[in-house]
Design a protein around this ligand. Structure first.
Ligand code: MN
Length: 424
């Protein structure tokens, strides 16, 4: 289904007076609002193809109905989100969960909805039906060269699909590692993994990037072969200029200072992209900003500072992707909330008075520095997000309109109650 633009206009008209009042008040108090609105209009976040169905845990899965049954339906769902917020103009595909068999058709459908293809994701963390060799003891790190070659070939296939769709990056996340001391020779596992990554890197089309995603633990619980940003940075540095580190917010040990990691990777020109989510305990993959919005703001504060220092384009120089999926919310409502949270943190970080902050830092005025950051964090920037949406032709209140139009009910009517998205 698609939303009739007339319905968006009617929704906006009904809220316009209230919106204008809030926006005017914020604009009176802040001189930077026009700049922030312009930046917000440009800023797009990619939706992962695996987040459009209800996620599960290893204990169970509780589907909500009307879930997309095919890749086409997943793209249509991202199209719906993009109609509502004009901030979700990209999709990140996971292969083999979503194999774009008819690439031309898929590409045309996405283009019709104003969507691009962000990084494609390979999967060597589970065995697929009819797969010859098992990844039980790793993929790119495996002691058997034939298993490594199978995993390399899979990555080359993912690049081929990505190329056909107009993507320009591949994200490699490996579950490789060990569960018990003695199982693995760390150095040899690193060397084998690097060699395998080099074979994939050699096949990257020009202008492509390779994102090396790290994770501290799970599914391996003693060692992960790409376990932290240092290890990812090592691989990326040894591979070459097209290789970058990808930061997934949920892939750190508890209390890690992610904003500092981000600042240093940016300094080295090795930050490639982001997987947004939120967590309380581990890799919880909860809605972005639902648990710790201040941390998200602090991360964006470093991102904006670091990107500006390197004259980078906020919207296009890094890959911005959501990687979240869970059990209890409507996936589309959840994604609307995640995109909103990301843009709130981004807008707040654009409001930080950098000159004043620098002055406070130079003077060792710690209290003042904290005040400057928290002044921005405590600003309600939602009218700026709403205005950016209004200017882009989206809804002033996407979630409210999603519910008013009973989008989920329509999707259930179209697709049925007991559908299951591929890969879940
Ligand atoms: Mn991720």
């Amino acid at each position: 289904m698609e939303i009739d633009p007339i319905q968006i206009d009617a929704h906006n008209a009904s809220l316009l007076k209230q919106h204008t009042r809030k926006l005017q008040q914020l604009t009176r108090e802040n001189s930077r609002t026009q700049y922030v609105i312009r930046k917000l209009v440009e800023f797009q976040i990619a939706i992962p193809s695996w987040a459009l169905g209800t996620g599960g845990t290893r204990f169970g899965r509780f589907a909500g109905g009307g879930e997309p049954r095919t890749l086409e339906e997943k793209i249509l769902d991202v199209g719906l989100l993009h109609q509502l917020n004009k901030s979700s103009g990209a999709i990140s595909l996971h292969i083999p969960w979503d194999i774009p068999t008819h690439t031309k058709k898929i590409k045309a459908l996405a283009a019709d909805l104003g969507l691009k293809f962000d990084a494609v994701n390979s999967n060597t963390f589970q065995d697929q039906p009819h797969q010859k060799l098992s990844y039980k003891f790793g993929s790119l790190q495996h002691v058997n060269a034939k298993v490594r070659q199978q995993a390399i070939d899979h990555n080359l296939e993912v690049i081929k699909y990505g190329k056909a769709l107009g993507s320009n990056a591949i994200t490699v996340w490996l579950s490789d590692g060990s569960c018990f001391p003695g199982q693995l020779n760390f150095r040899k596992a690193f060397e084998r993994t690097l060699e395998s990554l080099q074979a994939i890197y050699a096949a990257l089309p020009s202008q492509w990037k390779m994102f090396i995603e790290y994770k501290a633990f799970e599914p391996n619980f003693y060692s992960m072969t790409v376990g932290d940003w240092g290890q990812s940075y090592l691989y990326a540095s040894k591979l070459g200029p097209k290789a970058y580190t990808l930061v997934d917010l949920g892939h750190h040990l508890p209390h890690a200072n992610i904003e500092q990691i981000v600042a240093l990777l940016l300094m080295e020109g090795k930050l490639g992209g982001f997987h947004f989510n939120d967590s309380k305990y581990g890799d919880d993959d909860l809605t972005v900003g639902s648990i710790n919005p201040y941390q998200l703001f602090l991360i964006f504060n470093e991102l904006v500072e670091g990107m500006d220092a390197r004259h980078m384009n906020h919207a296009t120089n890094l890959g911005w992707m959501i990687d979240a999926s869970h059990n209890v919310k409507d996936p589309l409502e959840d994604l609307l909330q995640s995109v909103e949270a990301i843009k709130i943190a981004y807008a707040q970080s654009l409001l930080v008075d950098r000159r004043e902050l620098n002055r406070a830092q130079q003077a060792n005025d710690v209290a003042r520095a904290q005040e400057i950051l928290q002044q921005a964090f405590r600003t309600d920037v939602r009218p700026l997000l709403a205005e950016a949406r209004l200017q882009a032709g989206a809804a002033l209140q996407p979630l409210q309109l999603f519910r008013q139009l009973q989008v989920r009910r329509q999707l259930i009517a179209e697709r049925g109650k007991n559908t299951q998205a591929t890969g879940l």
